[in-house]
Design a binder for this molecule. Sequence first.
Ligand code: BT5
Length: 322
Amino acid sequence: KTDIRKALLELFSSTETEFVSGQAIADHLNCSRTAVWKHMNALKEEGFLVEAVRNKGYRLEQNTDQISENELYLGLKTEVIGQKIVYVEETSSTQLIAQQLLHQDTPEGTLVVTNFQSAGRGRLSRAWLSEPGDNIAMSLILKPKLSMQQFPQLTFLASVSIVAAIKEVVGIEAQIKWPNDIFIAGKKVCGVLTEMVSDPEEVKAVIIGMGINVNQAVFAEDIATIATSLRLESGEKQQRSALIQAILVHFEAFYQQYLTEGFSPIKKYWEAHALQFNKNIKARTLKGVLEGEFKGITDDGVLLLQDAAGEIHHVYSADIEI
Ligand code: BT5
């Protein structure tokens, strides 16, 4: 079924704004015209804008959701976060551009955004895949005065900001999977990558990378079963710039609260949106698999897991199975 969808989308992306007759689609897919009609309806249900005109055939509305620096600045209600935005049409990774900007002494709150990231990175040199024009790939630069132990807290801060923004703009209650994934309906819609830039004396800055599947509808084979997008979940195309602005506004509010009141209000919000909170989980660590109830996180962002014997384990690094 995903193969048919892929073939359909490929057909439409090569025809641009032209109508394609039902017969031509049927020939291309090697199926009946009734089947074509069913496939087109399925696309419609997934949120694609399908236009069907008698005697002409079908047309798929092309991507019109552009991002630009101007659009991102317009009406942005923050004081620091996103007050400098660097937009690039294409890059290997926004994390790298952020690093280069830091060498030029860019201010706190600088945001790097791209329309297409060709070599996005996850944690532990895993890949972050993103189709051009559909998604959000961005990196935010912060320069807080924090101790080494506090830095992981910024990942959680980013997660809660994204969850709040998705709720506001899309109307969906997303969940956070420890440590850095955002899930909707059991699938990953966003990943956060926090990197420190330090010299031997001090931490100089933090770069928070955020990758969000927004309007992408088809995913590469190896992530097709685990990934979803805001469009797939809401049934509607989303405007990326509106989402980015909402993330910046929520980030600034949480960040100010964090700097004055500490981590505990962030932690509360995080735990209230945590996937499998107080439920049984399996944590795959380097030393083996731990099983038990997920009891929350510590102030250092360490996962707390209570095993069957009642003992609490501190999990510093692991993949959580759901
Ligand atoms: C992450 O890593 O989830 C962090 C992703 C951060 C990406 C942003 S985009 C802007 C900035 N610039 C960068 O170069 N990176 C940041 P991790 O927890 O290691 O998860 C990676 C795993 O998620 C992969 O191994 C895949 O299994 C899966 N994955 C890859 N692309 C995905 C996608 N688009 N949607 C859902 N899952 C994906």
